[in-house]
Design a protein around this ligand. Structure first.
Ligand SMILES: [Zn+2]
Length: 189
């Protein structure tokens, strides 16, 4: 099937949707640029070319999309959440993200810390009375020790809930710093 034919379907659906629901022009509604078929074609094409890595290709796609989308409208990249991707995609013009990374990492018993990742399931955590991150001001780091969370993560859902709280709290300063850098015109990769 030709790419032109494949694209006709989702764009035609969007046109019909906007005709039926004109309020979508003014509401907070985001439209995806790709659908499953297009994504599959792109992924297959990348794999067939046997590239050394696919991160660079992903960033190129984001750059291509943000260059075409209007600057005065929010541009949202779905499924992006690794700190490096957020920094790079923000530099490329993306405004918003969503990702399971902080909460999924928490479910695996791992905390995000300035040095990288801290595995709370590790036996060395059993007697560690420090907070997850002594420099973190979140409710979890103020009230719970690594040893306490170590006990929880293997037995109780509350362990991953506490870690999720901390991990989400950790992501906020990154976004704040990116916005501040833009305001100071010093966003350099
Ligand atoms: Zn914390």
């Amino acid at each position: 099937m030709e790419l032109r034919t494949i694209l006709k379907t989702p764009l035609g659906q969007l046109t019909r949707k906007l005709q039926v629901h004109p309020e979508l022009h003014t509401g907070i509604t985001y439209h995806c640029l790709s659908n499953q078929i297009i994504r599959d074609i792109c992924v297959r094409g990348l794999v067939e070319r046997n590239l050394p890595g696919y991160k660079d290709s992903f960033w190129r796609v984001v750059a291509q999309c943000t260059a075409l989308l209007p600057e005065d409208k929010p541009r949202y990249v779905m499924g992006v959440g690794y700190p490096l991707d957020i920094v790079v995609c923000s530099a490329l013009g993306a405004d918003m993200y969503d990702c399971v990374y902080p909460t999924r990492t928490a479910r695996f018993g791992t905390a995000l810390v300035p040095e990288g990742l801290l595995k709370l399931k590790h036996k060395s955590m059993a007697d560690d009375t420090r907070p997850i991150d002594p420099t973190c001001a979140c409710m979890v780091c103020k009230n719970y020790t690594r040893a306490y969370i170590h006990c929880l993560v293997t037995k109780d859902a509350m362990g991953s809930q506490l870690l999720s709280y901390h991990n989400l709290y950790c992501m906020l300063p990154l976004q704040t710093k990116i916005i501040a850098s833009f305001c100071e015109f010093c966003y350099i990769l």
